[in-house]
Write a protein that binds this ligand. Structure first.
Ligand code: PFF
Length: 455
């Protein structure tokens, strides 16, 4: 059946579908696994406040830029730059995005696999009566085992593939519409549990009462980097999703809604975690193990902990899944449109390719631990290259492209679809993408490369 306006391209079928898919991409391991532990490391509320500033001033304009590029070009991220800036090297930015997507999904799938394993562990009551030391070695032994984490990673990649292969409307959109409300219900239940624990107030104070003396320069830069990761920016995920957004959608409103949803879920994840951590007298700054080591310890002491531990790791898995489908779609859309491979085959190819890279990420936690580059194992190397290099670089180019290359007229025409454009807001947006966002991103990027160090 031919569609009315865009015969060969998929389009999301409803406004709720657009928000569910884009918020589903943004809300992920970044919000529930990463945000609480970096906020913990950098002093809680002070980090949160800086993070919120970056979200508003840089994240939101870059997100709107990605949506604009996507819908205007109606193309995958490589094709988008090729269409809008024909014959120029801008398309390399798209290439960078596809590469970043493959790298991120490779290690993302590994962590998502861990969360599935922890759902299983939670269901089988594996956390009960274990000492903190035992919980720690349970986690480290698990991630160092060669086979089991890979099986869970492959299982997760197959789930992701299964949704993407169906397509944009019937796969990605439908599952996001189904999974996102579940995610919200679970996080609200966990919040109610956390704030009603005795001693919860201290955790809330940690999260909302800023002590700026704890905020290092490194913390400020991490806040910016995390804003990118958390909002799914810098590699064309939201260019790709933007290309499926119908012309009757107001892109600015959508970007604001997605940004608010992502930020709210990160804060809710903090509210679910810190009161519980403080109530049981545990250090909040325990790093990446916060979710897999500290929380099981909290759960096993908490009334109803068995039930809440299952819910928590289910939440983590669902959040990871709606993000991983968006990352896979970046590569699939590229394979389909640029290499002219059918969706089915594109999806299988991309999944196998990324899955294989992921297997090496998983093995680099144990068996291949000794093979390091710049002192980093393969998992950490991919994480480092993508988060510190490719996302900031992509974000920088995306904001420069919209601010300096597209220009006011074209931006205005795109944003006016499905909306009225308020002139001063448009000016604010253009100012942010022309100067503020690229300037700030350049600082993070150079810091990531070690050209200078504030800390
Ligand atoms: N935003 C996702 C999260 O917070 O877990 C991760 C992510 C998805 C990063 C898509 C980048 C991306 F393009």
């Amino acid at each position: 059946m031919a569609k009315k306006t865009l015969p060969i391209r998929d389009v999301f079928s409803s406004k709720f579908g657009v928000i569910a898919a884009a918020a589903g991409s943004a809300v992920g391991l970044g919000n529930i696994w990463k945000f609480p532990y970096i906020a913990g490391v950098y002093g809680g509320a002070a980090f949160l406040f800086v993070y919120l500033g970056f979200i508003a001033l840089i994240g939101l304009p870059v997100m709107l830029s990605e949506f604009t590029i996507g819908r205007k070009s109606r193309s995958n991220v490589f094709g988008a730059f090729k269409n809008l800036a024909p014959g120029s090297p801008w398309k390399l930015v798209g290439m960078l995005g596809v590469a970043a997507a493959a790298m991120i999904l490779a290690f993302y799938g590994v962590v998502a696999g861990w969360s599935i394993d922890y759902v299983v562990k939670a269901v089988s009551g594996n956390f009960a009566a274990k000492s903190p030391g035992e919980l720690e070695s349970m986690f480290t032994n698990f991630i160092e085992t060669p086979l089991t984490p890979i099986l869970y990673q492959i299982f997760f990649m197959i789930l992701t593939m299964g949704i993407v292969i169906i397509g944009v409307k019937d796969g990605i959109e439908k599952y996001a519409k189904f999974l996102m409300p579940i995610l919200i219900v679970i996080i609200i239940i966990l919040n109610i549990r956390a704030v009603t624990l005795e001693g919860a107030a201290e955790g809330l104070r940690f999260l909302f009462y800023p002590d700026f003396s704890k905020l290092t320069a490194d913390g400020v830069l991490s806040a910016l980097g995390h804003a990118f990761f958390s909002l799914s920016l810098g590699m064309g995920t939201l260019v790709t999703y933007g290309s499926y957004i119908g012309d009757d959608n107001n892109l600015a409103v959508t970007a604001v809604q997605v940004t608010i949803a992502d930020t709210l879920i990160a804060i809710l994840a903090g509210i679910a975690i810190f009161p519980a951590v403080f109530a049981f007298g545990i250090e909040p700054s325990s790093g990446p193990g916060l979710v897999f080591i500290t929380l099981p310890n909290v759960f096993q002491q908490m009334p109803g902990g068995y039930f809440f531990s299952i819910l928590f790791f289910l939440l983590l898995t669902v959040a990871a899944l709606t993000s991983s489908i968006s990352i896979l779609e970046v590569v699939v859309a590229y394979f389909r449109e640029e290499l002219k491979i059918k969706r089915n085959l594109s999806t299988v190819l991309a999944t196998v390719l990324i899955g294989i890279i992921g297997v090496f990420c998983s093995l680099s936690m144990g068996m291949l631990k000794e093979y390091t580059t710049f002192g980093l194992n393969f998992f950490d190397l991919l994480d480092w290259i993508s988060a510190n290099l490719l996302l900031p670089l992509g974000g920088l180019f995306i904001s420069l492209f919209v601010g300096w290359y597209l220009g006011r007229k074209k931006i205005e025409a795109e944003l006016a679809k499905g909306a009225g454009v308020v002139s001063w807001l448009l000016s604010v947006f253009i100012f942010l993408v022309k100067f503020i966002a690229p300037g700030a991103i350049a600082i993070v990027f150079l810091h990531g490369l070690g050209f200078f160090n504030f800390g």
